[in-house]
Write a protein that binds this ligand. Structure first.
Ligand code: AMP
Ligand code: GLY
Length: 420
């Protein structure tokens, strides 16, 4: 079949890599893709936020199946447009993607189905929000309601920090995303990510992961999109995963269906685990990046069968064939990230690295220029490996990192430390 994947990051490179290995795949196109993706699939530079453009592209290229990677096209209704045109699609409707696009919507769903999560209040004006924070005290968490590229959450350790966040959000720092603000109880514990495929009715867990959001070793410094990840996450034991399914995920799926907006795609539940129980931090309507890279490394070619079963409503018949192994990914980023960074530096040493079913360099922000690979983003490469133990996967990953010649890049040296 002919398959189109939307997106341009390491997540989409890993999806393309897994899908390409499945014999069902004939033609594989990634839009817009990147220099790494171009080594294994066709890339097409189209506006992936326009449902009409994507539908026309699918019709012109006889696309049988569309997989939507990032949240922006989901929130823009691209899945609605492709489904309306009769094209098999992996990814939720705009109405269902509100589980990521609106934090107050997610809280409303949690209330409706009694899913455990942080206590909260929501505000559309600064004065009552400030009064609430003053009364509650710190630590406390202030969130812009809408999509803010991962920057709209302030975990405030002092009341002053929380008040400043409220002023920034209502002052327009996040545009329309900050017109409503959710203020939450601070939850302590250990975070882990839980990935569940659902066709709207049936649900199939496909793995757990932990990522490292802070830029510096030892989880220090500013927040990023994620500097590395590994799977599985030992903190998410089978018992806790079952509790999260029973109390959070399945009630959410049922509530979405009951409202006439069934959720179809991957549901990424960010969980806070404390004293053997999980509470919901947030949902995302897509695979995590870089968590997807470790999930795809572990799933391989069967990923396509699982994505198809999701889109075709057949998840009750699907199962995951697990290898008893671990995967780990190290993000190499441009020096300066998550602040300002230079673009255009040349990355050497990639050609000499073997790419196998247990080690791959997924590209995130790269561009091919005069026959060379250059850095064109903040997060640039995802060095991803698999091993019989997490320690083995980590060793292999850093051996690959050390073989890459890119003085303008950096990475954390301790990915996986919590689990090792
Ligand atoms: P979110 O975008 O909702 O995932 O928030 C980003 C990060 O902020 C999360 O991954 C957590 O580390 C942290 N966070 C969000 N909400 C809370 C909360 N209620 N308590 C503690 N930490 C939180
Ligand atoms: N790595 C976190 C995310 O994809 O949201």
């Amino acid at each position: 079949m002919n398959i189109l994947i939307l997106g341009s990051g390491g997540r989409e490179h890993s999806l393309a890599w897994a899908v390409k290995q499945n014999p069902k795949t004939d033609r594989l196109i990634v839009a817009p893709g990147n220099a790494g993706v171009a080594l294994l699939a066709e890339c097409a530079d189209i506006d992936i936020l326009s449902g009409a453009t994507v539908v026309t592209f699918c019709e012109e290229n006889a696309i049988d199946f569309v997989v939507i990677g990032p949240e922006a096209p989901l929130a823009a209704g691209v899945a609605d447009a492709t489904r309306a045109a009769g094209i098999l699609t992996f990814g939720p409707s705009a109405a269902a993607a509100k589980l990521e696009a609106s934090k107050s919507f997610t809280k409303e769903i949690c209330d409706a189905c009694a899913a455990p999560t942080a206590a909260y209040a929501r505000f559309t004006e600064a004065a009552p929000a400030r009064a609430y924070v003053t009364a509650q005290g710190a630590p406390i968490v202030v969130k812009a309601d809408g999509l803010a590229a991962g920057k709209g959450v302030i975990v405030a350790m002092t009341t002053d920090e929380a008040l400043a966040a409220i002023d920034d959000m209502f002052g327009g720092e996040f545009g329309a995303a900050g017109a409503e603000v959710v203020i939450e109880e601070f939850m302590s514990g250990e975070e882990a990510s839980f990935f569940i495929l659902t066709d709207g009715t049936n649900a199939l867990p496909i793995g757990t992961a932990q990522d490292h959001k802070r830029v510096g070793d030892g989880d220090t410094g500013p927040n990023t999109g994620g500097m590395g990840a590994y799977s599985p996450a030992p903190v998410l034991t089978d018992a806790i995963a079952q509790q999260a399914m029973d109390e959070i995920v399945l009630p959410t799926i049922r509530e979405m269906a009951r409202r006439g907006t069934p959720y179809q795609g991957v549901l990424y539940a960010g969980l806070m685990i404390e004293q053997g129980r999980a509470r919901l931090v947030e949902y995302n309507a897509r695979f995590g990046d870089p968590e997807c890279q470790v999930l795809m490394m572990r799933l391989g070619a069967q990923a396509l069968d699982l994505l198809l079963a999701t889109a075709e409503g057949r998840l009750d018949q699907a199962q995951v064939h697990w290898a008893d192994d671990y995967a780990l990914t190290v993000v190499m980023a441009s020096k300066g990230y998550p602040g300002a960074y230079a673009k255009g530096s040349v990355i050497g040493g990639l050609d000499g690295l073997p790419e196998t079913s247990s080690q791959m360099v997924f590209h995130a922000g790269t561009t091919a220029k005069d026959g060379q690979i250059t850095a064109s983003g903040g997060r640039v490469l995802n060095v991803t490996t698999r091993g019989a133990t997490l320690a083995e996967a980590q060793q292999k990953a850093y051996a690959m990192v050390d073989a890459i010649d890119w003085p303008e890049g950096f990475c954390r040296r301790d990915i996986g430390w919590r689990a090792l």
